[in-house]
Design a protein around this ligand. Structure first.
Ligand code: ADP
Length: 471
């Protein structure tokens, strides 16, 4: 099958979170199953662009509101990622350093989607499926069905994968002329609550919808940032497929981004050596359990609870634990976390920003990874942590519920709690400290979690079944 993935992110080209990891891995595993999966994404000005070879494969132009925009599609020539990578360049819109966060993101991602549909409309053959990811690409199924210039694409099946339904890409109706001339009878497919809602539109128009874990799909029916009724109504076309992890990138035995590589047999010494690197760099105590948080500092991740929870855990436990936080997001949380560096020196440290290398070192060197998320569509961090022998402490929600079992249960191996509250976090930290003192139990758990199969093979095949169903 020929599968075209459309996404705003793809590791290692450009990544802000789990979306990038998934789109950088899934196509590779689909190709290994004998299919032809390709990725199309915006041509940002990231390091990847300057370090690789590309060729121009198409040039075109389209109208958007009052503007006439030229676009160029370039292709990476070596295929070293394990799939064909195509980048869409649009002067003055996509040629930026960052992925998101600009005032004209609506125009940027609408133009990106039009360019792709325009390009597809010039193809001499028909791909088997267009697989769009999140709201940045979710208008594509609508455009293929309802924009007069592109309606001949309407017979190509489409799949929308929702990595995060909190962000829906809302566009004010004043901007409806951004979408190429479309059948106005179909306005209801664009609209949700008097706004153009690309994610809702994608759910309505795609042939099939998937979420990144089965647990998240269930949750969306009562917690979907306003789209609960839609998910209830459309549940027949939705399925939950758990993300895998890219075991080529996330393998402690071969990871070039960590200081000491290790496998299951030498996990104890390997982890201790990596922990030392972190403790030395961040002035922490190697003899105490090290609990880390890695992620976006936003409400979904319950990052706002971290400062108080960490302060309470350090004070209540009279300093029997270390914390290290890596993340960026809400400026108020960032500054609180940074201010704590000097107050709790020796027990706590934080690094504000995005740092891929440090994140790998933290998965490798930590004893526990904390994820108190309010919403977690799948969560990759807990899977990376387990692969690196780090015990996850998670709130039972979405994909965290699907992947982590409390060590108090039969066959369990993580620490789970129910509420995103400071109390639940500090109680779980207390359990982690207790567990840490039982070295034999910890060794058994590390042995178990490093062997859990979170590989993509299984899930990549499930996506193929979805495509086959609609073809
Ligand atoms: P989300 O996509 O909601 O942010 P996921 O758990 O699905 O959460 O994926 C997060 C990914 O982003 C992981 O690969 C994680 O290591 C990475 N990540 C998040 N924040 C940072 C950061 N500040 N520095 C490095 N990597 C980060």
């Amino acid at each position: 099958m020929e599968i075209i993935h459309v996404s705003a992110e793809c590791y290692p080209v450009a990544k802000a979170g789990g979306l990038g990891d998934v789109v950088g891995a899934l196509p590779k595993y689909q190709n290994q199953l004998g299919h032809t999966a390709k990725v199309v994404m915006p041509m940002y000005r990231t390091k990847f662009l300057y370090e690789n070879q590309f060729e121009v494969v198409h040039k075109g132009a389209f109208g958007m509101s009052n503007y006439w925009l030229d676009y160029t599609i370039i292709k990476e020539t070596t295929n070293y990622l394990g799939f064909d990578l195509y980048l869409v360049d649009i002067y003055n819109l996509l040629d930026r350093e960052k992925i998101y966060g600009y005032d004209d993101d609506t125009e940027r991602f609408t133009a990106f989607q039009i360019a792709i549909v325009d390009w597809l409309s010039k193809w001499e053959h028909r791909p088997d499926v267009i697989h769009v990811h999140d709201h940045h690409a979710a208008l594509i199924p609508f455009m293929m069905q309802n924009c007069f210039a592109y309606r001949h694409l309407s017979s190509i099946p489409t799949v929308l994968t929702i990595h995060n339904a909190q962000y829906q890409g809302w566009i004010s109706w004043d901007k409806s002329s951004l979408i190429p001339e479309w059948d106005k009878w179909k306005w209801g497919q664009l609209d949700w609550d008097k706004t153009i809602n690309p994610l809702a539109c994608g759910v309505r128009c795609a042939s099939k919808v998937t979420t990144v874990s089965p647990g998240y799909l269930q949750e969306l029916q009562y917690n979907a940032n306003g789209l609960e009724k839609l998910f209830e109504y459309e549940r027949g076309k939705c399925s939950g497929i758990l993300n895998g992890i890219d075991e080529d990138v996330w393998d402690p035995a071969t990871d070039p981004l960590i200081k000491t590589e290790f496998g299951i047999a030498d996990a104890a010494t390997g982890k201790q050596s990596n922990k030392k690197i972190l403790c030395d760099e961040f002035s922490l105590d190697i003899n105490k359990p090290l609990i880390v948080f890695i992620g976006r500092l936003v409400g979904e991740k319950a990052a706002d609870l971290l400062p108080q929870a960490i302060m309470d855990a350090i004070s209540n436990g009279e300093g029997s634990v270390n914390f290290l936080v890596l993340g960026s997001g809400d400026p108020a949380v960032e500054s609180q976390l940074e201010q704590m560096n000097s107050h709790f020196m020796g027990y706590y440290n934080s690094q504000i920003g995005y740092n891929e290398k440090l994140s790998h070192q933290m998965y490798a060197g930590a004893d526990f990874l904390l994820m108190p998320s309010r919403v977690e569509p799948c969560g990759l961090n807990q899977m990376y942590a387990m692969r690196y022998g780090t015990i996850p402490i998670v709130r039972r929600t979405g994909g965290l519920k699907d992947t982590v079992k409390d060590f108090g249960e039969d066959g369990g191996y993580g620490i789970c709690f129910d509420n995103a509250t400071v109390w639940d976090i500090t109680y779980s930290v207390h359990r982690a400290v207790e567990l840490y003192s039982q070295r034999k139990r910890v060794t058994e758990i590390i042995n178990t979690i490093m062997q859990i199969d979170f590989s993509w093979e299984n899930s990549a095949g499930k996506y193929i079944q979805v495509y086959e169903y609609i073809n």
